[in-house]
Write a protein that binds this ligand. Sequence first.
Ligand SMILES: Cc1ncc(COP(=O)(O)O)c(C=O)c1O
Length: 426
Amino acid sequence: MATPSDLERLASIPLDSFEHTDSRNLFEKCERFHAYASSVRELGAFQVQYRIELLGPLDARITVRDAFTGDVKEMICFDSNSYLGLHLDPRVNEAVKKAVDDVGFGTPSAQVLGGTNRYLRALEDRLSELHKREETLIYPSGYQANVGILTALMDPGDLAVVDHVSHASIHDGVRYAGCRSMEFPYRDVDALDALLAEHREEVNGVLIVTDGMFSMHGGLADLPGLRRVADAHDARLMIDDAHSLGVIGPTGLGIEEHYDLEGAVDVLMGTFSKAPGAAGGYVSGDSALIEYLRFMSRGALFTATLPAPTCAGVLESIRIMHEEPEHRERLWANARRFHAGARAAGLEVPELESPIVAIQVGDEKWLIPLAFALYEAGVKCGIARYPAVPHHHSILRFTMNARHTEADIDHTLEVLASLWAQLGIG
Ligand SMILES: Cc1ncc(COP(=O)(O)O)c(C=O)c1O
C-alpha cells in the first residue's frame, strides 16, 4: 500500500526523463522506465501509470481485475469515449454480426486493392451526406487519419499552424510531414492572426489545424474566428472533430452545426472511436482533396482497410444517434449535473461546453495521490499529466456518458469533495 511519501516520490519523477538516453545501450531508457513502472505496480497505483484490465464491457460501471493483486472490483467509469453507449446497443451489434456472416470478420486488403467493401463505401457515402461534402475517405484509426492527411498535404515549404492543445496525432502528423510548423495558445485566434500576419509571406501553403472539441479540456474551438483568420491570410482550415460527432450541435453533427456554419471547414476529420463506439477515422471534403488523399496519403494507401463489420456497426450507430436524440439529451443532462455539482463543491472546472469535464488539479504532486485515492474509492477517470498536458497543468478528466445514473454522478462528486478536503488541495 502506497504511503504519502511513496506517492510524492512518484509525482517527482517527470515522464519526459524517460524519453531519451545518452547511453550506448539503446534500451537503457526502456530498462529505466520498466524499473519505474514496476515500482508503480508494486505500490498498487494503477490508475496513475498502469492499465486496468476490464473483465466485462466498457460501460458507466465496469468490473476490473487489479493486475497486481488479482482482486476483482466494480468501479464507476468516466473514461469511455462511447458517449452514448452505442457500442452496447443490440441493434449495432446485430448489424456487426450480420456483416460477419456476410463477408467475414475482416477485409484484409488495402482500399485500392481488394479492401473497398460495400459496407465501407456505404459508410463513406453516409458521412459525405451527413457532413454535406462531396467525398469521404476512411482510415483504420483516427491517429492514422491525422498523420496520413498531414503528411500527404504538407510540403517543406508549407506552414502548419496548430492549436497547442490539439491531439497528439496532429502534432505527430505535422512533425512527420517535415513542413514548417508553429503553435498558437489554446483557442487564441488573435494570437493565430498575429502569427500569420508576421509569417504568411515566408511560406507557400498554410494550414490551420485544431481539435473541434478538445479532448483534454472539453472546450470548443472558435470556428467563426478560425474561418475569419484563415480567409484573411489565404490559409486552409483543418478541424479534428473526433469528439463532436453524436455529441455537439442540435442533431449531433459537430462543430459546424453548433455554430451554424455549414461548410466552414476545408478538411473535416473525424473518428469512429468516440460516440460511434468503434475504431477508425475519416476525412470529408471536396472531391479534389479526397481523391488526392485516397491515392497519395500513405496512411490510407499502404494499410489494410477498416474491417467491413466495423463499418456496418458504425453505420447503425450513426443511424441511431441521428434518429434518437434522447441518448444525446441524457448525456447532456448528466454533464450539466456533474458540472454544477463540481462547481458547488468548489472544484475548478471551465465553463461547460461539452460532456468532458476537466477538473484542474495543477501540480502533479496533487494529481498522483488523487488518482490513487480515486482508484481505491472505485472511481475510474482520466488522469492527464505530461505529456498529455503541459507540466504543472495536470487534469482529472471526467468524460460523461448517457448511461451514467444520477446516483453514479452524485456519489462520485461526494468522493471528490471529500478527497479534496482531505488532501487540502489548492
Ligand atoms: C481529438 C482526437 N483526435 C484523434 C484521436 C485519435 O483517434 P483514434 O483513437 O481513433 O486513433 C483522438 C483519440 O484519442 C482524439 O481525441
